[in-house]
Write a protein that binds this ligand. Structure first.
Ligand code: NAP
Length: 246
């Protein structure tokens, strides 16, 4: 059986592992950030490889035939390591990535490449921001004057403490449009800060902002090395020589 390594930590990676289960020797690699990750078919390995060199050594030692980078759009370091290791070993790499959201009619997006640039502009765009930036480093928001922050995250953020102008709201998606509209209205939030995660689970806050006429401040996806990219699991399967499940 051919061995396939999926760099995971996303729903897409889990669904790909499910589609490959029983057809090849599938190994999913997790960074180990989550204490209780979802159950995955096939084998699971956990923890960093030790940079691109470590990943190259792993690929060779395990006799991996295909490398699939299905990490989150904002997990840029792992993506860069995957590209470097594939180039070094000659093992074919494909990236599975959910498409980015695109602005729709009526959206008012302000896009930034870095959290610090975004934080610096935020007070000019609203007086109370909903911050939804996942695991991004939020230190740039510390002591930000002239704006209140409601930070929504799965786990308490590491570099931003609650205070008179900072509320922390622990919640896990998926979220729905009615709930997001209520959250923004009830708390008097007038600007939404988001990553361009793509997918449907966290999109409703963007739609709620449009419905309420609020600006969205978007942290752009990080740059990635040029590698073959697919947005659908079936396309990845075809690319590595497996028919999609009927
Ligand atoms: P990152 O900044 O790109 O990666 C940092 C380091 O963590 C990598 O250099 C690598 O260590 C290790 N690592 C990352 N993904 C790994 C994987 N799948 N298997 C083994 N090692 C991995 O990534 P991150 O933003 O910290 O995200 C970590 C994981 O969480 C990813 O698997 C990603 O898919 C998942 N995730 C991230 C986000 C997000 O917002 N960034 C959201 C949902 C899920 P070595 O250099 O030692 O190999």
């Amino acid at each position: 059986m051919r061995k396939v390594l999926i760099l995971g930590g996303t729903g897409e990676a889990r669904r790909l592992a499910e589609a490959l289960a029983g057809r090849c020797d599938v190994v999913t690699s997790l960074a180990g950030r989550t204490t209780a990750p979802a159950t995955l078919p096939g084998r699971v390995r956990t923890g960093g490889f030790g940079g691109a060199e470590g990943l190259s050594a792993y690929l060779r030692a395990e006799g991996i035939a295909h490398l699939i980078d299905a990490t989150h759009p904002y997990a840029a370091r792992m993506g860069a390591n995957a590209a470097a290791a594939a180039a070094e070993t000659g093992i074919p790499l494909v990236r599975l990535e959910r498409p980015a959201w695109l602005p729709r009619d009526g959206d008012d997006w302000h896009c930034f490449d870095t959290v610090s640039d975004l934080a610096a502009r935020l007070p000019s765009l609203g007086q109370h921001a909903l911050i939804t930036l996942g695991g991004a480093d939020l230190a740039a928001f510390r002591g930000l004057a002239g704006i209140r922050l409601t930070v929504r995250a799965i786990d308490p953020p590491a570099h931003l403490e609650p205070g008179p102008n900072v509320a922390i709201l622990l919640a896990r998606g998926p979220f729905d449009l009615a709930g997001e509209c209520a959250l923004l209205s009830d708390r008097g939030i007038d600007v939404v800060v988001s990553r361009n995660a793509g997918g449907t689970a966290t999109r409703p806050k963007i739609d709620a902002a449009r419905e309420l006429g609020l600006p969205v401040v978007m942290l752009n996806r990080p740059a990635r090395p040029a590698v073959p990219v697919e947005t659908e699991i079936d396309s990845v399967l075809r690319r590595i020589g497996y028919a999609p499940p009927s």
